[in-house]
Design a protein around this ligand. Structure first.
Ligand code: MRU
Length: 348
């Protein structure tokens, strides 16, 4: 196996991020020293993928906390809440962002009852590091539970995935790509089919790159080729990630996931969502309540820096869609594989 991919590193009081905007053509590391830099990195997708933006936001909140100049815990909490609000406004769909920010804020609130500001700051860094480290272990558990979801084929199987739910989208190992890694390790995988994932091409650029790093055979297809591949019986299973899952099992993921689920159902191909518990939003009864991010329409009318459409055309660029629970065969979590209807049993 190659060296593990670490998209986020805490080093010498700063965060080092792999710049995912320039992969695979360039491998560049960006240094993040302030919460404002972290907010910009999340917004511009230097770092992306639900768990990865959660971990990044936790460190971002600590960076902001570190630089607050007061010894008064009440003032400290007020300023921390303002920083949390800036980080919360970076991307709306992935609930992991809010989950991680809340966890750090709760740590601060509890500690502020008894501790000095200096002691609270130390605790916040410990919390961010915990979120970071736990995510890797969580992804490994998801990957290994995913093995139980694989169809019982006589030969190694073919797996289609959408977007990038890999090491780059988490603290390492990945969710959907975690299942891929575990299946490859166990000799259960023949090849990955990676959707390109228009408009930002996370499949073309990132998932294929991760597979190449790991030596996993990968076939890259355009998004509109998936139905054809399923009709030709080239795909045994679909596994994707998620950005937010409602209590009833409806799952928001990268735009194009919903159509993939419909196509999978039409061809009797099992369709799984792999995600940590931090992606489940039990406060939402169904997927219609999940906020869907709309991004700059230039992502649609340009390829790279080149405009591909004439002037006078309108554009629409939703970054995510919601796959209804009845199209999902199972949800692979760090606690096992659940039918979407049974997700509610995980509510604590
Ligand atoms: O817009 P992105 O690249 O942040 O979207 C990422 C996805 O949709 C992933 O599939 C999802 O966050 C799961 S990552 C483990």
């Amino acid at each position: 196996m190659n060296k593990p991919i670490n998209p986020i590193q805490w080093q010498d009081e700063r965060v080092l991020l792999i710049d995912q905007r320039v992969l695979p053509l360039k491998y560049e590391i960006l240094e993040i020293n302030t919460y404002q830099e972290m907010a910009a990195a999340i917004k511009t997708m230097v770092v992306r993928g639900a768990p990865a933006i959660g971990v990044s936001a936790a460190y971002g909140l600590y960076l902001g906390a570190r630089d607050i100049e007061t010894d008064d815990p009440a003032i400290f909490l007020e300023e921390l809440a303002a920083i949390a609000s800036v980080l919360s406004q970076t991307r709306p769909t992935a609930v992991n962002l809010f989950w991680a920010i809340n966890r750090v804020l709760e740590t601060a609130k509890t500690a502020a009852k008894t501790e000095s500001v200096a002691a609270i700051k130390v605790l916040l860094l410990t919390t961010a590091k915990e979120i970071h480290q736990n995510d890797v272990a969580t992804c490994q558990a998801i990957g290994d539970y995913g093995l139980t979801a694989l169809p019982d084929t006589s030969k190694p199987l073919t797996l289609l995935t959408h977007c990038n739910a890999g090491a780059l989208a988490t603290a390492g190992y990945g969710t959907a790509v975690g299942v891929i890694r575990s299946a490859w390790r166990e000799g259960r995988l023949d090849r990955v089919f990676a959707d390109e994932t228009r408009p930002r091409l996370q499949g073309s650029k990132l998932t294929t790159w991760e597979c190449v790093q790991e030596g996993i055979p990968v076939t890259h297809i355009c998004d509109n080729m998936a139905a054809h591949c399923m009709q030709k019986k080239m795909i045994d299973i679909v596994v994707v990630g998620a950005d937010r899952i409602a209590a009833n099992g409806d799952a928001a993921n990268k735009i194009g996931t919903y159509s993939l689920a419909i196509v999978a159902k039409a061809h009797n191909v099992p369709f799984y969502v792999a995600a940590p518990l931090s992606t489940i939003d039990f406060s939402l009864s169904d997927g219609s309540q999940i906020p869907i991010e709309e991004r700059d329409t230039a992502e649609v009318y340009q390829v790279g820096d080149t405009r591909i459409c004439p002037e006078g055309v309108d554009f629409y660029n939703p970054a995510f869609d919601v796959t209804p629970a009845d199209l999902i065969t199972g949800i692979i979590t760090e606690h096992g594989v659940f039918e979407p209807n049974d997700l509610i049993t995980l509510k604590s």
